[in-house]
Design a protein around this ligand. Structure first.
Ligand code: NAD
Length: 438
């Protein structure tokens, strides 16, 4: 039997610590987002009159997801789908399965999707979904029943022109295929465009799997060029060697960079001469992690963060770069592959040290950009080659970065604030043009 899904998450501080969303010293993800919006409001000019629009989700749905377990019992899980903003187009964002998912977290993630989609100028608003469940406690059949019931419950607000889910933490192509099938069965026709990140054979896109890592690499090249750093010969450290970190690491190595340190959930490894990335990817595929890779020295976490490198790519989890390790970072620039890897205190430390931080809301937007291509291809039922997809992806990422860079120079602000200025201006300009209904 799955554990009670309504149990609030507790902070790691101890058994008696307050749940994070009741702790007055802990802003929670939605609180962090609100602070970010306050920070950009002075730069929004007359559009600031609409800023409240950004400070509340347009629509938030909480659903009960009851499923029959394999032993015949019935378990109830709590699910969410939040549409933060739809001023620029349908809501768009992933679905997360995790035991600690909260409404506050899903609200914040949906808002960051609004920012990300506007930052790369794809015609979407922001949305996000989640279920409070540890999917590792479910059998494959239970997972399928959970996904299908959740999809039916949120079916009243999703749709190819309304809100388009995608994979996020602990959801994948298979889950997307179930979601697409369930939605299609409910409406009586096959609607491939209701989700992205699907398997290729049911309307998925070539290049989607590598898109986020490719976007991270493209943005790193653009940022490096602006600070006079050559990628050929640059020293790179990567945290997380999965979809995002592994793809980015491979592209850096192909471009002549030395990937000198890698850390994942199994440990850290380093090689001052540069790791053999293709062999490391094979090792990770075979063993599940980087630990034990021959041709590298094992390193401790403190050594990883202090690695002598030019470029640091956090591509694992949120909250990894903190006030405790930010001071050790030697890189000239940090490109956020993960969502929310840097705490606000660490961000300030890095800015003070002069480390160029390229924020997640632009650096990892390659995934949603190719999701957009997938959606366009589904609508036209005409599929593009991988080369076409990669070329268009690179162009969009380069243009988006150029706009953010110019805004940062103009207002003398960090790239994070500049990305928010660009994105919030686009969203609120759309709001202004559309006016208030009724
Ligand atoms: P993944 O599951 O493929 O890889 C995650 C990696 O993080 C693995 O190498 C894992 O070992 C490592 N990791 C996990 N716990 C760790 C820990 N405690 N310390 C160090 N490393 C740890 O996931 P992914 O798709 O590569 O996603 C990574 C990040 O990028 C996430 O924050 C995700 O939200 C973000 N992201 C992913 C996409 C995408 O398209 N996949 C798009 C945008 C953002």
């Amino acid at each position: 039997m799955a554990k009670s899904p309504t149990q609030p998450p507790t902070s790691s501080a101890g058994a008696h610590a307050l749940p994070s969303y009741l702790d007055p010293n802990h802003l929670g993800p939605w609180g962090v987002y609100l602070q970010q919006v306050d920070r950009v409001t002075p730069y929004l000019g007359p559009l600031a009159k609409w800023v409240e629009t950004l400070k509340r989700p347009k629509r938030a749905l909480i659903v009960d997801v009851p499923i029959e377990m394999d032993d015949g019992s019935v378990a109830h899980f709590e699910g969410y789908r939040v549409q933060h903003n739809t001023s620029r187009g349908p809501a768009k964002g992933g679905v997360r399965y995790h035991q600690d998912v909260t409404l506050s977290e899903v609200m914040a993630l949906s808002a960051w999707m609004s920012i990300k989609n506007a930052a790369v100028n794809v015609p979407y608003g922001g949305g996000k979904g989640g279920i409070r469940v540890d999917p590792r406690t479910l059998s494959p059949k239970e997972l399928e029943r959970l996904t299908r019931r959740y999809t039916s419950e949120i079916g009243i607000i999703i749709g190819p022109t309304k809100d388009i889910p995608a994979p996020d933490v602990n959801t994948n192509e298979k889950v997307m295929a179930w979601m697409m099938d369930t939605y299609s069965m409910n409406i009586g026709e096959t609607a491939t465009g209701v989700v992205t990140g699907k398997p290729i054979d049911v309307g998925g896109s070539l290049g989607r799997r590598e898109a986020t890592g490719r976007g991270v690499f493209t943005i790193a090249c653009e940022a490096a060029a602006r600070i006079g750093l050559s990628i050929d010969g640059a020293r790179v450290a990567v945290q997380g060697f999965g979809n995002v970190g592994g793809t980015a690491g491979k592209l850096f190595a192909d471009a002549g960079a030395l990937v000198v340190a890698v850390q994942d959930h199994t440990g850290g490894i380093a090689n001052d001469q540069g790791l053999d990335v293709p062999k490391l990817l094979e090792h990770v595929r075979a063993t599940g992690g980087v630990a034990g890779f021959k041709g590298a020295e094992p390193i401790q976490p403190a050594e990883f963060w202090g690695a002598k490198c030019d470029i640091l790519i956090p591509a694992a989890l949120e909250g990894q770069v903190t006030k405790d390790n930010a001071g050790k970072i030697q890189a000239r620039m940090m490109i956020e592959g993960a969502n929310g890897p840097t705490t606000p205190e660490a961000d300030d430390i890095l800015n003070d040290k002069g480390v160029l931080v390229v924020p997640d809301v632009i650096a990892n937007a390659g995934g949603v950009t190719v999701s957009y291509f997938e959606w366009v291809q589904d609508f036209s039922s005409f599929f593009w080659t991988e080369d076409e997809i990669n070329q268009r992806l690179v162009q969009i990422m380069k243009d988006a970065f150029a706009g953010v860079w110019q805004t940062a120079q103009q207002h003398k602000v960090s790239l994070r604030t500049a990305t928010f200025i660009v994105a919030c201006t686009r969203i609120l300009h759309a709001r202004d043009l559309r006016g208030l209904y009724p």
